[in-house]
Design a protein around this ligand. Structure first.
Ligand code: NAD
Length: 501
């Protein structure tokens, strides 16, 4: 995969601005999910490697090349990185598709999307300047300073690997943090492309460090005494373990976790719009998308019409080689993920739901971790296939009688990440959307906006990414009070009315 194994995660960790031989001797296999062939192996970083990377990040935090930069200087670096990433869009797309099987039509957008996010984040630079606030009673002012949170550990999953690193990296860099990135073990090699772009953009050495490995490497990073902030995207189960550790350490943490979103088709929905948006909203990336609305709620009166559209749309979407630009459904990321999806398909049948299409491995593909897109009808809200995150191409279609029941079913979930409402009446859809207990809702489409917060309610997460709100997770505040009146004139305020602390 990599042209030079001596300069890649096959044998090295990226610390202090160069690939250096890892201490760990253990390696993890990286498999192409479409061919089942070994792409290569990567370092399963150990405690020494993690410590080396964190130390490099800590040193860089205090280096003159970084500590004395202004947010505006760092914004210029984000622009430079955006250009370098854009120049590598094609190799980035091919690398990600090779690693995780995402269709090339999807991964072709990865670097441009990341570049757009870098450029957007750069526009927030001025918001990091200190602002001055008067004491309400007069006599003094306070400068509110935004100080980098410190060394941030960025832990990412495999499904949109670059996007989910960038949602953390761009605000961390703008805020003045230095970072250690840990990609998922399934998708380590695309970070070598990112590292190339970082070097070409002349980011100071040690500002971005990379260690590869599995959950154990992630745990070492989370618990490392010199890490100041954790940003994690992944499963709710791992998020809960990380939250426990961060709770014990009182370490700030952002968690973007699992989901089981609903797509609610209201009585007046334009079914052509629903059909056109179905794959992107409900099965994007072969269903391996956190916000995918895999519970489709249809009015009882038009249940069979909605179901027919779902079946027809899913059946007609091309499945196969992820390098074919027309492919919509690729393989699942791993044999383990395929096992999980197949387990849920068997479970759905055992629970009494009816498979209307799919349910098997495609007969024309005997290599690759493929599963046919599967649509379950006659699904009850209590079934596990309607409650648990499957993370594959499996849809459940549920019936509701009126909007109150639709709200009750949609909100009857431990998760609260996304959701889509289909209606011809924007006002009605907006009113309905406001009753959904989720961090994001789309009307007649779903897409995340880089300028707006994205995050989960309930067990879908803690805190948000993107937008100015996402940037604020990478700063600490310091309030610097200065007298503007002689101290005796302030005395009554300071002694009697000052805020209690
Ligand atoms: P995962 O939780 O198994 O792993 C995610 C990352 O965390 C990997 O890098 C992994 O090595 C590491 N990790 C695992 N356990 C850890 C621990 N205890 N401590 C530290 N690091 C640990 O998830 P996955 O299978 O890679 O990704 C799929 C999951 O991610 C799904 O649940 C999906 O919904 C979720 N996800 C959420 C969002 C979001 O924005 N909310 C986006 C994408 C994916």
């Amino acid at each position: 995969m990599s042209p030079n194994p001596a300069k890649s995660p096959e044998n090295c960790i990226y610390v202090g601005g160069s690939w250096r031989p890892a201490h760990a001797t253990a390696r993890l296999d990286v498999i192409n999910p479409a061919t089942e062939l070994l792409i290569g192996q990567v370092v399963d970083a150990d405690a020494v490697d993690v410590d080396t990377a964190v130390r490099a990040a800590r040193d860089a935090l205090k280096s003159t090349a970084w500590e004395h930069t202004t947010a505006q200087d760092r914004a210029r670096m984000l622009h430079a990185l955006a250009s370098e990433l854009t120049a590598r869009a094609s190799v980035m797309a091919r690398t990600i598709t090779c690693e995780n099987g995402s269709p090339i039509a999807e991964t072709s957008g990865a670097a441009p999307h990341a570049a757009d996010f870098l450029r957007y984040t750069a526009t927030l630079a001025d918001s990091l300047d200190a602002d001055v606030r008067r004491f309400p009673a007069g006599g003094a002012t306070t400068s509110v300073r935004r100080v980098p949170a410190g060394v941030a550990a960025l832990i990412a999953p495999w499904n949109f690997p670059l996007t989910l690193v960038m949602a953390k990296l761009a605000p961390a860099l703008l805020a003045g943090c230095t970072v250690v990135v840990k990609p998922a073990p399934e998708t380590p090699f695309h970070l070598a492309v990112l590292v190339e772009a970082i070097e070409a953009a002349h980011l100071p050495p040690g500002v971005v460090n990379v260690v590869t490995g599995g959950a154990g490497t992630g745990q070492l990073l989370v618990a490392h005494p010199n890490v100041d902030k954790i940003a994690f995207t992944g499963s709710t189960e791992a998020g809960r373990a990380i939250a426990r550790e961060c709770g014990a350490l009182l370490r700030p943490v952002t968690l973007e976790l699992g989901g089981k979103s609903a797509a609610v088709v209201l009585h007046d929905a334009d079914l052509d719009v629903f059909a056109a948006q179905l794959i992107r909203s409900c099965l994007r990336n072969t269903g391996q998308t956190c916000y995918a609305a895999t519970r489709i709620l249809a009015p009882r009166s038009s249940y069979s019409d909605v179901l027919d559209i779902v079946i027809e749309t899913v059946r007609s979407a091309p499945l196969g080689d992820p390098f074919d630009p027309t492919t919509v459904f690729g393989p699942l990321v791993s044999a383990r993920q395929r096992d999980r999806v197949e387990k849920y398909i068997r479970l759905g049948t055992a629970e009494g739901a009816r498979i209307t299409t799919g349910g098997n491995r495609p007969s024309h593909l005997d290599i690759g971790y493929y599963v046919e897109p599967t649509v379950f009808a006659d699904v009850d809200r209590g079934m596990r296939i309607a409650r648990e995150e499957i993370f594959g191409p499996v849809l459940t279609v549920l019936a509701y009688s009126d909007e109150d029941e639709a709200i009750s079913i949609a909100n009857d979930s431990h998760y609260g990440l996304g959701g889509v409402v289909f209606s011809a009446d924007d006002h009605r859809a907006a009113h309905f959307s406001q009753r959904l207990e989720t961090g994001s809702v789309g009307i007649n489409f779903f897409g995340s906006n880089q300028a707006a917060p994205f995050g989960g309610w309930k067990q879908s997460g803690l805190g948000v990414e993107l937008g100015p709100e996402g940037l604020s997770a990478y700063v600490k505040y310091q309030s610097l009070h200065r007298r503007t009146s002689p101290v005796e004139e302030m005395e009554p305020y300071l002694s009697d009315q000052g805020p209690a602390s």
